[in-house]
Design a protein around this ligand. Sequence first.
Ligand code: BG6
Length: 492
Amino acid sequence: MTHASASASAPDNALPLDMTIFGGMGDLAMRKLLPALYMAYLHGNLPGSTRILSTGRQHIDREAYLAHVEQHSRGFIAKGNFNDKTWDGFLQLLHYVELDVQNAPDFSSLAAASRQGAERVFYLSTAPSLFTTICDKLAASNLVDANARVVLEKPLGTDLASAIEINEAVGKHFAESQIYRIDHYLGKETVQNLMVLRFGNSILEPIWRAPNISSVQITVAEEVGVGSRAGFYDGTGAMRDMVQNHLLQLLCIVAMEPPTSLSPDAVRDEKLKVLRSLRRFSLADIARDTVRGQYGHGVSGNQEVAGYLEEKNVPPDTRTETFVALRAHIDTWRWSKVPFYLRTGKRMARRSSKIVVEFANPPFPLFPGAPGGVANRLVIELQPEEAIKLQIMAKQPGSGMQMQQVALNLDLQSAFQQRRAEAYERLLIDVVRGRLTHFMRRDELEAAWEWADPIIDGWATLGEKPHPYAAGSWGPSESFALLARDGFSWVE
Ligand code: BG6
């Protein structure tokens, strides 16, 4: 590991950078943003004269802020990456700006801390209800110029109407090319690798369609529960928190047509087409093809854990879902009649995110005593480990012609021994360098809500309670039945 100094390999054409983090005392800043910026600094990926201006309502001085960062952020940097000298250098970049965005008449304190001629990045890591006010006041304080960029954290609204409202408000002051809507799944190495797998190889493309592919599964299973986030989560639920954004983005990358280039619009045009081709759910579809769940008490990681209803700050009678499984369809030539099964949940058996592409079985059963089931699968494991496995049938050694499934295993860990940057680090560097490809465009976000809204509304209309599942399990039994009905099963 080299501990490059910030200036040694910093982008040389860069103007001074002022990165303002709204919500600079918050959880995301401490757990993700500052550690990611530290890593970018460590590897020389921040311009030499970067300043990070963290805003917060608290009446504290810079020393107290740095002490807060020491206490709440430093621990999120992997030990092997931590270096005292670099950390001290990194802390030099940090400044604290006391600012109550709601009540401040203007942002003069921030304007005073910002440098003339610097490139300004504003990272909005606050409740989305504050986005409008923040952008209005930034503009009124003359902080938005042609070089400025704004990064919007999810959730971007709670439905289509609120997403449009936010987009309109931000769009009054920032051009679309200045807006970075972040979905950190697009920053994951494995997700970016999926694009290379699909479009950097020609062997997959001819078979990457119906009827060669019989189904696609996308699972994002978390072992953790709601933790201390019930205040946010209970009004949100798994559909808005995970499916509308992360899972749909994964689906887009699996299903999109080859883009004409890697330019932001070329890639985002293709993802948009997928989102617009997603079949809308009727009430009957919702009742048949979706499953909502809520975790109950159970055992996770060898420990007894509380059910969702017993978690801190969760209302006792809430019907918020912590699990969703559904069957989606993309109405295009390529994907006609291919079910896309999506599944996500908290407090599941283990952390495991994967995409499973199942291929149609050979049309004629030549070999007697075939084991049955699916012959060929491409399994793309996204986390916790990165792996790509192609399951194929092989002959069992011996005198007969018995078949057995074996995996061709692409060992990416040993093929590439380089460090893998965390999603936030990679995306923050993209923001600094002005690269928009891995961020969502306004129309993509709105198309995702257009698809998700009727499902969420439909659940309310149907008035069903979420199905209970034990913490530490793979979700409610109804989720298994959803696939079994079509002759499939989840691949764990
Ligand atoms: C966030 C959700 O966007 O993604 C969280 O708000 C979730 O609820 C998290 O835990 C999962 O991200 P990752 O990278 O840990 O899979």
